[in-house]
Design a protein around this ligand. Structure first.
Ligand SMILES: [Fe+2]
Length: 466
């Protein structure tokens, strides 16, 4: 006999499967606009986008013109971000928002746990309960700064097995989504994006969206960097020149797409750390045309042009920066998004894996696929490690022994895709991350077997005695 709960779960699975199939077919047919930071223009209906002005007396097709600002009106042109949206109803047409539960989402300032100098590592999130959507499956590990001051960042993971029917927006920051398992269809106000494992998707501050897993019957999983600070930009290239690292044309923004649906739609707004909800009588994803540069985008990390040493030594990992959120100090990022992509290692007389180091910045690392070349085991896709400010880390013993003895012929590292959120301030955990069952015990032990220099029990040559 089937219980009502099992029946409900079965019905839910059918719905989720049908939705995933629709999402997959939709995602296959998507087209995009190319170029990071471009002033894009797009219309889902011919003639919907006004020409020559932003706010005509009567916008085409009777649409409402609305500006969405991602920067203060007066910020310098090079930093200014805004898009003009032409929509079926103005965003102002909504009922009152009321508080709703924050679930497992937390926001800076993070003050509930003691900042921890220890090296920490987690296994992947546990499987979510049936019917968990992206927002319900969003789980905050920790972060820094203060969302209300628009400074700092939060590290989240997600595990979802159901499409969102509600719509979400984050007033606290932009969201850099890093899928690790299962593709996502992101239905945003500005159009649709497909993000597979190996891609990243960015949702700008305040842009509304819904997430649907592309694969039925499985859990979509990944990481999210919530950046409270200045929006991510491409890093300057300096002597590298005009090309390299992440190339601007590989960043893809959506073309306009809209929903014209009646009926209740729950809209959730994250504002200064709390979730607020309102039930609209229409979908707010009703933008028929838009132009501007405050846009969501996707980027395929496999397109990253990896630059490294062709003589000796391992460059500092900043050479792998995809996106950076600048602070008020030149060169000091609120947060950098860094990728360790497939690459050749050719350095002569060089310890080729990442070296031992202590860093004034704080590093959260995740793994999208395969393995990472500084850790032989224990760092798994969907898991993550935190090496907080000034904590000592580097290759584990097995990696050190192997790399120290390796024959230094050219070697292709192509069995993994790891990334790092590197941030200027220490990361304080949430209690749920500090106390999680999936926090590994004994991470320190990966460095325990490293021998004293000079051999077991010995001293370095030339430094014997007191
Ligand atoms: Fe590091």
């Amino acid at each position: 006999m089937t219980s009502s709960a099992e029946q409900a779960r079965g019905e839910h699975t059918d719905t989720a499967q049908a939705s995933a199939e629709r999402a997959r077919k939709t995602a296959e047919g998507l087209s995009y606009l190319s170029g990071f930071g471009n002033q894009h223009s797009t219309e889902a209906v011919p003639g919907a986008l006004p020409t020559g002005r932003n706010s005509p007396q009567r916008a085409p097709l009777g649409l409402y013109a609305e500006q969405l600002s991602g920067s203060a009106f007066t910020e310098p042109r090079a930093h200014n971000r805004r898009s003009w949206l032409y929509r079926i109803r103005p965003s102002a047409a909504h009922p009152r928002f009321v508080r709703t539960g924050n679930g497992t989402v937390r926001t800076a300032p993070f003050t509930e746990a003691d900042p921890d100098p220890n090296r920490l590592r987690w296994n992947p999130l546990p499987e979510p309960a049936p019917g968990t959507d992206f927002l319900a499956g969003l789980w905050t590990l920790g972060g820094n700064g203060d969302a209300a001051q628009r400074a700092g960042m939060a590290i989240h993971l997600y595990a979802a097995n159901a499409p969102m029917t509600r719509v979400f927006s984050d007033a606290d920051g932009e969201l850099l989504v890093v899928p690790e398992r299962g593709g996502l269809l992101l239905r945003t106000e500005l159009g649709l994006l497909r993000a597979e494992p190996g891609h990243v998707a960015l949702i700008p501050r305040g842009v509304r969206f819904r997430v649907e897993p592309l694969t039925a019957g499985t859990t979509a999983r990944g990481y999210v960097c919530e950046n409270y600070g200045s929006p991510f930009v491409l890093p300057d290239l300096g002597p590298i020149g005009a090309n390299g690292l992440a190339n601007p044309r590989d960043f893809l923004a959506p073309v306009a797409a809209y929903e014209e649906t009646a009926g209740p739609v729950e809209v959730v707004n994250k504002f200064c750390g709390n979730l607020w909800k309102a039930t609209y009588d229409h979908s707010p994803l009703d933008v028929v045309a838009w132009h501007g540069n405050h846009v969501p985008y996707v980027y395929d990390l496999h397109r990253f042009n990896v630059i490294g040493s062709i003589s000796y030594d391992h460059p500092d990992p900043s050479i792998f920066t995809v996106l950076t959120s600048p602070s008020d100090t030149p060169g000091l990022a609120g947060v950098d998004f860094v990728v360790f992509a497939p690459r050749w290692l050719v350095g002569e007389d060089t310890f080729r894996p990442p070296y031992f180091h202590r860093n004034v910045m704080s590093e959260y690392m995740g793994l999208v696929e395969g393995a990472y070349d500084a850790k032989a085991e224990g760092f798994v896709p969907g898991g993550g490690s935190l090496h907080n400010m000034m904590s000592a880390h580097g290759p584990d013993q097995e990696t050190f022994d192997r790399a120290s003895a390796a024959e230094l012929k050219p070697q292709k590292i192509d069995d993994g895709l790891a990334f790092m959120f590197e941030t200027r301030w220490p990361v304080t955990l949430t209690p749920q991350a500090r106390d999680a069952d999936h926090l590994q015990d004994g991470y320190d032990d990966v460095w325990r077997g490293l021998r004293q220099a000079g051999g077991p029990g010995g001293s370095p040559r030339g430094h014997s005695g007191p």
